[in-house]
Ligand binder design. Structure first.
Ligand code: FPP
Length: 261
């Protein structure tokens, strides 16, 4: 693996390329409940422990020049969980916004929340807005927290915005292609998703980043989220690095392109 020179003579994109890092990694943080149960504790104990793994994932991403990290914190379906569990998840979200936002800011991390925040209470929405504004100019890492997020919602939301532009005569329907459509997705402006990790042993996408997963590598691990540390993240990246991404081409075409670049 290539060595970095110094922090000042390389840009983030250059560092990321030197280290052969995925530019954008997303994680479905699964297994908190089972982790707690194994320890004879209630499910919410696992969610609280999961916050430490969030910190470890952010640390790893920063150290290794990953440009964008997207974490699935709360799906649109999670509202159906018992009230007490939903309430603990909201408390944890508040905690991250209260106590971690300043630390993230100090460390050059830009915080963004992806999803339909209109269902959250007013105070939480204000906190999200403030944290996003405070960190808006940071460039070391974009940390996207997907909250009340669903992949189908994201696509429908983009389609609605496009339709309204078309109906107002601001956009010609003939100009709508994948690039144009992508501008209305919640991940607009972020690098293309390279790697999707799911912890907790299930092999499914669960309505996360459906549009963005088109060419992403998928990595599933049995490790439960509270046990997912920097070493576990490094294993996922190592696995990503040995895969050949073909983007619809055949292997020989990709090899020729790699030699020429
Ligand atoms: C899935 O595990 C996990 C969640 C629904 C919530 C993830 C939340 C955190 C890690 C803490 C808060 C983080 C932020 C960024 C605010 P599960 O409960 O489905 O586990 P199980 O499959 O074992 O039941």
């Amino acid at each position: 693996m290539a060595q970095l020179q110094s922090d000042t003579d390389t840009t983030l994109a250059e560092k990321s390329a030197l280290l052969n890092m995925p530019k954008h990694v997303a994680i479905i943080m699964d297994g908190n409940g089972r982790w707690a149960k194994k320890k004879g504790k209630i499910r919410t104990f696992g969610h609280r422990a999961g916050v430490e793994s969030v910190r470890a994932a952010v640390r790893y991403a920063r150290k290794n020049a990953i440009q964008s990290l997207t974490l699935f914190a709360f799906s649109s379906e999670n509202w159906k969980r018992p009230d007490e569990e939903v309430s603990v998840l909201m408390d944890l979200f508040n905690l991250v916004l209260n106590s971690e936002a300043k630390r993230l800011n100090k460390n050059g991390v830009r915080l963004k929340v992806l999803g339909d925040v209109s269902r959250f209470d007013r105070k939480l929405v204000d906190k999200i807005k403030r944290a996003e504004e405070m960190t808006a100019s940071n460039q070391d890492l974009v940390l996207n927290i997907a909250a009340n997020y669903g992949g189908r919602w994201d696509i429908v939301n983009a389609a609605k915005q496009l339709m309204s532009k078309v109906s107002e005569g601001e956009l010609d329907i003939a100009a709508v292609d994948e690039t144009e459509f992508d501008k209305y997705m919640s991940t607009q402006g972020l690098p293309e998703l390279d790697l999707l990790i799911r912890t907790g042993g299930e092999h499914r996408i669960s309505n996360f980043l459906l549009w963005q997963c088109a060419y992403a590598e998928l990595y599933f691990t049995d490790v439960l989220w509270p046990d997912f540390d920097e070493q576990a993240f490094a294993l996922a990246v190592k696995d990503f690095n040995v895969r050949q991404r073909r983007f619809g081409l055949i292997g020989e075409q990709v090899e020729t392109a790699e030699i020429e670049s």
